[in-house]
Design a protein around this ligand. Structure first.
Ligand SMILES: *Cc1c(COP(=O)(O)O)cnc(C)c1O
Length: 406
C-alpha cells in the first residue's frame, strides 16, 4: 500500500525525481498561451525550451500529425521513408549540408555528429585523431559522451569514468583553442550561441577564426545548433549570421515543433566515413516524426518568415533593453540574437523566473545568472507588449523585495 501522507505532498510522483519541477501543470495551449489545470492562463516565453517554435496547437502542425497518424506511424529504417527523404532534401537545399541523419533528440544528434567527426579521420587512416575541442559553459546533452563534451562536473560525477576525447578550453578564447590542437584533434565542437550556458554570444570573429583554424589543421568544425538552429535566431542556422560554413551540424529542439526529433547534417566530405552499417536508430526519422518536421519546414521556409523572426527579435530586444534601463537593480544586461534572448539579472535568476511566473509568464533560467526568453517564433508584437508589462510587474515586485530587505 502506498503511504497516504506521501500522496498528499504536492510533488509526490512516481516519476524519478531528477527535476525540481514547478508545481504547475498545463492542460492545453494555443499559440504563445498555455492554460494550466487550475484554469490560469500563462504567456509562454519558454516554448518548452525553444522546442515549440510554432507555438502550441498550430493548425498546420496538428493537421500534419493527424493526417499522418491515420496512415502510418513507423516502419523502421530497413525501408525507404519518403517523408524522411523529402525533409532531408529540404534541409540540404536550405543549408551547407549534403546529407542528413534523423534522431529522436538533441543528445543523439550530437552523438551522431561526434561519431561522424571521429570516423572521418579513422577512415582516412588516423584513428588516433578522435579528440574534439569543446568549451566551458557548453551544454551538449546527457548521454555519457555528451556530458563529457559539456564538461559540467555536476553532470559527470558519479557516472563512471568520463568518456575520453574531449578537451575543454574557455569559450570565445581563440588562443586557448590554438594551444589545445594536437595531432589527436579531430575537430572543434561549439555552440554558435551558448544556450544553457546563458545565451552567451561569442565575438563576431570567433566562429570565423575557428573555421580558419580547422582549415589550417585539416580538422572539422562541428556546430551544436540544437537550440540556436531551426530559425531561432532569424536564420535557419545561427552560423549563417556570421557567414561561417561548418562541416557538421547537430540540431533538434525546434525541428519537430514539439514532436521529439533531432538531426545531424554533414557535408559529403565530413560524412565520408559513415557508410552502410556505421550508425543507426530504430525510431529516428519515422513517418510520424517526419510529418511534423516537414510541417515545421513549411512554415519556417515560407517567404518572409525567418526575416520576420529577425525583425521581431530586434523589436523584443529593444523593448527588453528599455526594461533593463528602467530596472537597473534587477536587470544587468540583455543579450542574444533573433528570438533567442537572455536577461542577466542582479537578483538570482531563479527568483526572477519565479516572479515572472507569479505574473503568469514563463521564462527559463540558464547559466551565467541569465533568464532566457525563447518565445514561439510566431509570437507577435501584441504578445511582446503583454510580456513586457508582465516582466515590468515582476521587476517591481523584486525591487520591493530588495527594498524590504534594506
Ligand atoms: C537541449 C540541448 C541539447 C540536448 O538535447 P536533448 O534533446 O535534451 O537531448 C544539446 N545541445 C544543446 C545546445 C541544447 O540546447
Amino acid at each position: 500500500m502506498a503511504d497516504p501522507t506521501a500522496s498528499a505532498a504536492p510533488t509526490a510522483s512516481a516519476v524519478l525525481p531528477t527535476y525540481a519541477r514547478a508545481d504547475v501543470a498545463f492542460e492545453r495551449g494555443d499559440g504563445c498561451w498555455l492554460e494550466a489545470t487550475n484554469g490560469q492562463r500563462y504567456l509562454d516565453f519558454g516554448a518548452g525550451i525553444a522546442v515549440c517554435c510554432l507555438g502550441h496547437n498550430h493548425p498546420h502542425l496538428v493537421d500534419a500529425l493527424i493526417e499522418q497518424g491515420r496512415k502510418l506511424w513507423h516502419v523502421s529504417n530497413l525501408f525507404r521513408i519518403p517523408q524522411a527523404e523529402r525533409l532531408a532534401t529540404r534541409l540540404v537545399e536550405a543549408s551547407f549540408a549534403d546529407f542528413v541523419f534523423f534522431t529522436n533528440s538533441g543528445a543523439e544528434a550530437l552523438e551522431g555528429a561526434i561519431k561522424t567527426a571521429r570516423k572521418y579521420h579513422a577512415a582516412a587512416g588516423h584513428p588516433e585523431r578522435f579528440h574534439l575541442i569543446t568549451f566551458e559553459g557548453a551544454f551538449h546533452g546527457r548521454t555519457l559522451a555528451t556530458i563529457a563534451a559539456g564538461g559540467n562536473p555536476k553532470y559527470i560525477e558519479g557516472f563512471g569514468p568520463k568518456a575520453a576525447g574531449f578537451d575543454q578550453v574557455p569559450f570565445d578564447d581563440i588562443e586557448a583553442v590554438k594551444a589545445a590542437i594536437t595531432s589527436e584533434t579531430a575537430g572543434i565542437l561549439v555552440e554558435p550561441i551558448q544556450g544553457e550556458g546563458g545565451i552567451r554570444v561569442p565575438s563576431p570573429t570567433f566562429l570565423r577564426q575557428l573555421r580558419a583554424l580547422c582549415d589550417e589543421h585539416g580538422i572539422l568544425l562541428v556546430l551544436d545548433e540544437v537550440q540556436s538552429g531551426m530559425g531561432r535566431t532569424g536564420k535557419l542556422f545561427a552560423h549563417e549570421l556570421v557567414g561561417v560554413t561548418p562541416d557538421i551540424v547537430a540540431t533538434a529542439k525546434g525541428i519537430g515543433g514539439g514532436f521529439p526529433l533531432g538531426a545531424f547534417l554533414t557535408t559529403r566530405k565530413a560524412g565520408s566515413g559513415m557508410g552502410i552499417g556505421t550508425h543507426g536508430t530504430t525510431y529516428g526519422g519515422n513517418p510520424l516524426a517526419m510529418a511534423c518536421g516537414n510541417a515545421v519546414m513549411d512554415v519556417l521556409m515560407a517567404p518572409g518568415f525567418l526575416e520576420g523572426v529577425a525583425r521581431k527579435g530586434l523589436v523584443l530586444k529593444q523593448r527588453l533593453a528599455a526594461l533593463a534601463d528602467a530596472h537597473p537593480k534587477i536587470i544587468a544586461d540583455v543579450r542574444g540574437e533573433g528570438m533567442m534572448l537572455g536577461l542577466r539579472t542582479h537578483v538570482p535568476n531563479t527568483d526572477f523566473a519565479v516572479a515572472a511566473r507569479a505574473e503568469q509568464m514563463l521564462v527559463i533560467p540558464a547559466g551565467d545568472n541569465v533568464v532566457r526568453l525563447l518565445p514561439p517564433l510566431v509570437a507577435d508584437e501584441a504578445e511582446f507588449s503583454e510580456a513586457i508589462s508582465r516582466l515590468e510587474k515582476a521587476c517591481q515586485k523584486l525591487e520591493a523585495d530588495l527594498a524590504a530587505k534594506g
